[in-house]
Ligand binder design. Structure first.
Ligand code: E4P
Length: 217
């Protein structure tokens, strides 16, 4: 399973990249605003800065909601760097724009996906990635992980190549469960990745190994 980090924070992206386990980055307008990155020029520059840190795909979201606007924005974003993936909302014009970009060999990520039917449409439009938001489903007492399982089942039935990018991952158990269900990618905060390191027996064991080494030296 690929690990993407869901942030626009350059320090956190560097930290994950330095661990050697980072495969890409996802961003959205809210994550940009959280870092104080505003205005089209600054946002575009920030995407380039992110691409310089990470080796893999970097999702950059359009803010237009009509086909022409999405194409215009998406083409400008794709020009920025060859790692840029155009992130499009799951609405009718978003699906149409997804088909437009996939026909031209430009990578896409269809976002704000909350149902198997939406994921089916994204695959039919040739999306590179589909982003089901599991945490936001959990927030409304609906099993987000079940959506990953349903999409996996449907995509496997037809050998769709669209990669399931489990998004809105909030914690380490989401990461483990996504891996068990066969998500191709997960994107979450740095804590959902570094949290995987933790086990008290690792700490206790290491402490003892080091103490025993000191006894003999
Ligand atoms: C996905 O690409 C989104 O940026 C993200 O995962 C949303 O996560 P949230 O529900 O924690 O805001």
């Amino acid at each position: 399973m690929k690990f993407f980090i869901d942030t626009a924070n350059l320090d956190q992206i560097k930290e994950a990249q330095d661990m050697g386990i980072l495969d890409g980055v996802t961003t959205n307008p809210s994550l940009m605003a959280k870092e104080g990155i505003t205005g089209t020029d600054n946002i575009m520059k920030h995407y380039v800065n992110i691409c310089k840190i990470v080796d893999g795909d970097v999702s950059a979201e359009v803010i237009s909601t009509d086909f022409d606007g999405m194409v215009r924005e998406g083409e400008a974003l794709a020009e920025l760097h060859d790692q840029i993936v155009i992130k499009l909302p799951m609405i009718k014009d978003g699906v149409k724009a997804c088909k437009y970009f996939s026909d031209r060999g430009i990578k896409t990520n269809v976002t704000l996906v909350f149902s198997p039917g939406q994921a089916l449409l994204a695959a039919k439009a040739g999306a590179t990635y589909v982003s089901p938001f599991i945490g936001r489903l959990d927030d409304i007492s609906t099993d987000g992980l079940n959506l990953i399982a349903e999409i996996r089942h449907i995509y496997d039935n037809y050998a769709y190549e669209t990669q399931i990018l489990a998004a809105s991952v909030r914690h380490t158990m989401h990461v483990i469960d996504c891996a068990k269900l066969g998500a191709d990618v997960m994107t979450g905060p740095l804590s959902s990745i570094t949290g995987l390191l933790k086990h008290p027996l690792t700490d206790i064991g290491l402490e003892k190994f080091l103490a025993d080494y000191k006894k003999g030296n």
